[in-house]
Design a protein around this ligand. Structure first.
Ligand SMILES: [Ca+2]
Length: 278
């Protein structure tokens, strides 16, 4: 992640030979970058920054980026320069749905079915990226599996049964964490990002292609893609998937699932099946 390490030598100050230096700290997290010094803390997000005056407001109760735009801009520039200097692979891109393209389901498709009985249920399973097979058969190299700015997740989905308060989406994962959390860009019945799973219209029952940005604040290996079924109301959920793939900015495609074996549903209560040609 970091090509070089940086730091400040505190020994002269500790030995009383020099004034303690003003400390600066930069870091990158899953969805944002951060900077802080003795006075300020900056949270660097996609297209915006939050600024806190930690000297006078240690509990960070007030975002003062608008009140101190020059400070915010200067610290943002400093943080961005730090990222560049250290070769951090950062896009800040919040996952964004870029709109739907025409779905093209072919051959086998994946069926995910679940009947929610409780008021609130969340079920999920992972679809592994077939790295070994892709390296062998398509000549992909390990670097191709590193998430870089501009990477996109694309999949075709047909909602066959779903009610208000229910949602299904595919999220990249990183270890145990799902990057698109509840309230993140799951997809709505009309292909628009889900701002909240509390409010969903009725399903149209047709295939649609969904595309989301995958750029996050730090480079990481693409982990299995996670299918998330989120239900805040009892009822039957049935969804079909096909052409689940990761699109690289240079046009290469990493096919994750377009037929074949059904992924293991693990401990979830989901019923996963492969259906023949649509
Ligand atoms: Ca297929």
């Amino acid at each position: 992640m970091y090509k070089t390490l940086d730091g400040v030598d505190l020994v002269p100050a500790l030995e009383g030979k020099a004034k303690a230096p003003d400390l600066e700290w930069n870091g990158i997290f899953l969805r944002y970058g951060g900077y802080r010094d003795n006075r300020w803390k900056l949270i660097a997000r996609a297209g915006s920054s939050e600024l806190y005056d930690i000297q006078n407001d240690p509990s960070e109760s007030e975002d003062v980026a608008a009140k101190h735009p020059v400070v915010a801009a200067e610290l943002r520039a400093r943080h961005d320069a730090w990222l560049k200097k250290h070769g951090a692979n950062v896009s800040y891109s919040a996952p964004a749905v870029t709109g739907t393209q025409k779905a093209q389901p072919q051959g086998e498709v994946l069926e995910v079915a679940f009947t929610a009985t409780a008021k609130k249920e969340k079920q999920q399973f992972d679809i592994p990226i077939p790295r070994a097979a892709l390296m062998r058969e398509r000549g992909l190299v390990p670097e191709d599996f590193v998430c870089t700015p501009g990477d996109r997740l694309s999949y075709d989905m047909k909602i066959e049964s779903m009610g208000p308060g229910q949602a299904v989406y595919i999220s990249p994962s990183r270890g145990d964490a799902t990057l698109f959390e509840d309230g993140g860009p799951g997809v709505n019945f009309d292909g628009s990002p889900i701002a909240s799973t509390k409010k969903l219209p009725a399903p149209p029952n047709e295939w649609k292609r969904y595309v989301s940005g995958l750029g996050v604040s730090a480079a990481y290996d693409h982990a299995p893609l996670r299918v998330v079924v989120n239900s805040k109301a009892p009822g039957e959920i049935r969804v079909l998937f096909d052409n689940i793939e990761i699109l690289k900015p240079d046009g290469r495609v990493i096919p994750v699932w377009n037929g074949g074996k059904a992924p293991d549903a693990g401990k979830s209560a989901l019923k996963i099946s492969v259906l023949p040609s649509q």
